[in-house]
Design a protein around this ligand. Structure first.
Ligand SMILES: C[S@@+](CC[C@H](N)C(=O)[O-])C[C@H]1O[C@@H](n2cnc3c(N)ncnc32)[C@H](O)[C@@H]1O
Length: 224
C-alpha cells in the first residue's frame, strides 16, 4: 500500500516580471544563474510587499525541507511513498522517489528555477521531476479508493497516530499538506475533501508535519 503526499500551494515561482526592476531583486538577479531567478521571501521581502497573496509566496525553503525529510525516509526507501509538489499558481509535479535532492539551498533553488522554466527535470531521458498535466482534483480522482485527508491545525484533533490511518494500511492514503508558512488553504484545496485532521493544538511547520505523518505510517507498517 502507498502513502501519497501532496505538498500544496507551495510558494514556488520565478520572480514575477512586475518586481524584477525593484532594487531588492536587481541586487541578486543574474540571468546566468538559475538560482537567482526564483522568488525568495528572505531576499525579496521588500519587493514582494504589493504582491497578491504575498504571505504564501517566495518560500522555496519550505519545499526544500519537506522534500529532504520525505525523500530520506525509510518509507521512501522501500518504495511506499509518492510525493507531489503543487504550486500556488496551480502547477503540479511528481517527484521521482530516487531523486537525490541537494542539501545546498542555492543549488536547490537553481533546480526549482530550472524545473519551472523547462517544465520538468529530466536526466538520460527519464524524469526526476515530472510535470502532471492534470488538476489536483483530477489527480486525486485517479488514485482510486484512497482515503484523502487534509492536514490542518483547524482539523479534528487526533489523540493517536492510529486515528490518522484509521482504516488500517490495507487502504491507500492521500494527504494534503500546505507548503506555505502563513495564511490558510484556498477553497480549491478545502473542497478536495471534508476530512481534515489536526496533529497538534497549535500550528506546526510543514516539514514537521511531513516528517510526523511519514513516521506514523512507518510505525503502523511496523517498519520499526
Ligand atoms: C505552517 S503551516 C501553515 C499555517 C496555516 N495556519 C495552516 O494551518 O494552514 C503549514 C502546513 O502544515 C500543516 N499543519 C500545520 N499545523 C498543523 C497541525 N497542528 N496539524 C496538522 N497539520 C498542520 C498544514 O497542512 C499547514 O498548511
Amino acid at each position: 500500500m502507498t502513502l501519497t503526499i501532496f505538498l500544496v500551494e507551495c510558494g514556488l515561482e520565478l520572480i514575477p516580471k512586475k518586481i524584477r526592476r525593484h532594487p531588492a531583486v536587481r541586487r541578486n538577479l543574474s540571468m546566468k544563474n538559475y538560482y537567482t531567478q526564483l522568488l525568495d521571501n528572505a531576499l525579496h521581502h521588500s519587493a514582494m510587499k504589493n504582491l497578491k497573496n504575498q504571505r504564501k509566496r517566495g518560500r522555496p525553503d519550505i519545499v526544500h525541507l519537506c522534500l529532504l525529510n520525505a525523500l530520506g525516509s525509510p518509507l521512501n526507501k522501500i518504495g511506499q511513498l509518492k510525493i507531489f509538489v503543487h504550486t500556488l499558481h496551480d502547477r503540479l509535479f511528481e517527484i521521482n522517489p530516487n531523486i537525490r535532492i541537494t542539501k545546498n539551498f542555492n543549488r536547490f533553488k537553481g533546480l526549482m528555477a530550472k524545473l519551472l522554466i523547462d517544465n520538468g527535470i529530466k536526466v538520460d531521458g527519464k524524469y526526476l521531476i515530472a510535470p502532471i498535466k492534470k488538476s489536483l482534483q483530477a489527480k486525486l480522482q485517479e488514485i482510486e479508493d484512497a482515503q484523502a485527508i487534509i492536514l490542518s491545525e483547524d482539523g479534528h484533533l487526533i489523540s493517536s497516530y492510529t486515528d490518522l490511518y484509521k482504516n488500517g494500511l490495507s487502504n491507500d492514503y492521500v494527504l494534503f499538506i500546505g507548503g506555505f508558512q502563513k495564511a490558510h488553504f484556498s477553497d480549491k484545496i478545502t473542497s478536495l475533501t471534508a476530512n481534515k485532521i489536526s496533529l497538534f493544538k497549535e500550528s506546526l511547520f510543514a516539514w514537521i508535519v511531513v516528517s510526523k505523518v511519514i513516521t506514523f505510517y512507518e510505525i503502523m507498517a511496523e517498519l520499526f
